[in-house]
Design a protein around this ligand. Structure first.
Ligand code: CO8
Length: 260
């Protein structure tokens, strides 16, 4: 499929989606959001793609936010529609039945921080910077930022970042748990691919069930969460991956998972 604002490529069964508008620090306008959505659907259908990595092109930015020039003259209906579009696209990434990793190579502000947060986890370069500066522009986050930031780092730290609009560096993002690891810029994609390959060596079904269990469990009470976990745990025993994983362990050899 042809894209103007993003690049979708595959390296050893890892799909890499690069937001590619470096002249606007990869800011998200409507066309870019629609292309991201199409690309995510493409990855969902692609049997040769096990995992999705999202990153930004150029040395400076992951994504510097929603496109301010695009939003400047919105009325409230257009604003709501744009917010709903971004929310839908990001929710599709969050619920993709394949693991997703944000490789945050630079500024991840506003919609960029929100894009990173809808991935399963974030690995950042030491040059990355994070923030939700919307209040400095007279708006609130609109692509899930108030919801996901509070769930990820807790309500107190989320409110401080949201109310001040301050930008934090990668070390602070690591300290508050917004990112899992920081690495020197030249090593970012290599480290992300190493983690991706480690995930790929495991049962795709079991990994997918872990993702579903965490995501759905976070939206409910602990008792319902335990039921979700027990149901998925039970289903594992109807899969060939479980038979192979346990057989391989007992035979002291690496497993050959088939996602069945
Ligand atoms: N939108 C549009 N263009 C942008 C954006 C953006 N978010 N960020 C940067 N650019 C453009 C600049 O206008 C500039 O263009 P030009 O060269 O034509 O003048 C180019 O990218 C380079 O940027 P700078 O010259 O500003 O680069 P600096 O290194 O000086 O600064 C910063 C880098 C600090 C990242 C700075 O560009 C900046 O502050 N950007 C804006 C960050 C921001 O406020 N992001 C939040 C946007 S709002 C949002 O994301 C809300 C999401 C939910 C929307 C819901 C809608 C209803």
């Amino acid at each position: 499929m042809q894209y103007q604002n993003i690049i979708l490529e595959k390296q050893e069964r890892i799909a890499i989606l690069t937001i590619n508008r470096p002249q606007a620090l990869n800011a998200l306008n409507q066309d870019t959001l629609l292309e991201i959505d199409r690309a995510v659907s493409e990855v969902a259908r692609d049997d040769q793609a096990d995992l999705l990595v999202i990153t930004g092109s150029g040395e400076k930015a992951f994504v510097a936010g929603a496109d301010i020039a695009h939003m400047q003259n919105f009325n409230s209906i257009e604003g709501r529609q744009f917010g709903l579009l971004g929310q839908k696209v990001f929710r599709n990434i969050e619920t993709l039945e394949k693991p997703t990793i944000a490789a945050v190579n630079g500024f991840a502000l506003g919609g960029g921080c929100e894009l990173a947060m809808c991935c399963d986890f974030r690995i950042a370069s030491t040059k990355a910077k994070f923030g939700q500066p919307e209040v400095t522009l007279g708006i609130t986050p609109g692509f899930g930022g108030t919801q996901r930031l509070a769930r990820l780092v807790g309500a107190g730290i989320a409110k401080q970042l949201l109310f001040t609009g301050e930008t934090i560096d990668a070390a602070e993002a690591l300290r508050i748990g917004l990112v899992n690891r920081i690495v020197e810029p030249p090593q970012l994609m290599e480290v992300v691919k190493t983690i991706a390959n480690r995930i790929r060596s495991n049962s795709p079904l079991a990994v997918r069930f872990c993702k579903t269990s965490v995501n759905e469990g976070l939206q409910t009470d602990i008792d319902r969460g335990m039921t979700i976990e027990a149901d998925l745990f039970g289903i594992c025993f109807s899969t060939l991956d479980q038979k192979e994983g346990m057989k391989a362990f007992l035979e002291k050899r690496p497993p050959q998972f088939t996602a069945q």
